[in-house]
Ligand binder design. Structure first.
Ligand code: PLP
Length: 289
């Protein structure tokens, strides 16, 4: 199969999949999602993403239709049906289905999964970004389907020939990217916005902090300003599909480029850990015993 769509047990090509219009995801974006990269049919860090999904369901009073173990087993079976080496696995649980009404009934959630080919490329190529006002609401720590502000902001980046928009709430407070976290390096310290209602606690962000801790790089989880962003030694954009990439310019102004060594530590370690965790035993070779 070249791509796959799954909805409450039904499987088809994504473009052929039918979903009832009573699904609250359709009217209200009433649901939560998560996504992982997959290589050699091994979904990367799947447990961490499933944990976040179920935590978000619980926060929003959404009843998942299956438990974590069943979701994991379903994803691990489905990835085998798509013919590609590297894939992007997206999964969401909507609140359930009912005739349109803002307030909800006691519903069983709907599970949707899509699997598409996606290769990780350009790990080392720095990204062109724009700076944009963060126009989202205050539930940014929950990965909900309500993504309109992020969609509009990502489109602004695309219209400017850039790959990501770095968002700020005020001159003193850079939050994150439209679909990534943003951290900076300054004088050998990793600085990243704190985990609060204004950023998504990214799995890759946590991985970056872990790498810093292991390598004796001081970490400051605190608000930083637009000025600090522009004067950073390096800027790191992180997400499950982008891994950890440097930034070359913001609004056509050159940035970073002053601590290539430390940037490479994060850049290389994140990517190598992914390659290692998703390698076939001995990369598919038969071991000589
Ligand atoms: N922040 C936002 C708003 C995102 O949408 C994403 C990923 O989609 C991230 C951060 C990065 O999260 P993760 O590293 O878990 O993929």
């Amino acid at each position: 199969m070249k791509n796959l769509g799954y909805y409450n047990g039904k499987i088809s090509l994504l473009e052929d999949l039918q979903i009832p219009a009573t699904d609250r995801a359709f009217y209200f974006g009433d649901g939560v999602y998560d996504a992982v990269m997959c290589r050699n049919n091994i979904p990367y860090l799947l447990d961490l993403h499933i944990d976040r999904l179920y935590k978000n369901c619980s926060t929003l009073d959404i009843n998942p239709p299956v438990d974590k173990k069943e979701l994991k087993a379903t994803i691990c079976e489905l990835v085998k049906k798509v013919d590609a080496n590297e894939k992007f696995v997206y999964f969401h649980i909507s609140r359930g289905s009912q005739i349109r009404d803002h307030a909800y009934e006691n519903l069983k959630g709907n599970l949707f999964i899509s699997i598409t080919e996606r290769e990780i490329t350009d790990i080392k190529r720095k990204m062109k970004c724009i700076l944009a006002k963060d126009i989202r609401y205050e539930l940014c720590n929950i990965k909900t389907l309500n993504l309109l502000p992020s969609v509009l902001t990502a489109q602004m980046a695309k219209n400017s020939n850039s790959e990501e928009a770095i968002m700020y709430r005020s001159q003193d407070f850079v939050t994150e990217g439209s679909h990534s976290n943003v951290s900076i390096l300054k004088n050998g310290t990793l600085i990243t916005a704190p985990k609060d209602k204004y950023i998504l606690p990214g799995v890759t962000r946590a991985h970056i902090i872990e790498i810093a801790n292991k390598n004796g790089v001081p970490v400051e989880e605190r608000r930083y300003s637009v000025n600090e962003l522009f004067s950073a030694d390096e800027i790191i954009i992180s997400s499950s599909s982008k891994m950890a990439r440097g930034v070359s310019e913001i609004d056509n102004i050159p940035v970073g480029g002053k601590d290539k060594k430390l940037l490479s530590l994060f850049n290389d370690t994140i990517y190598n850990n992914y390659l290692k965790a998703t390698s076939l035993p001995l990369e598919g070779k038969v071991s000589a015993r």
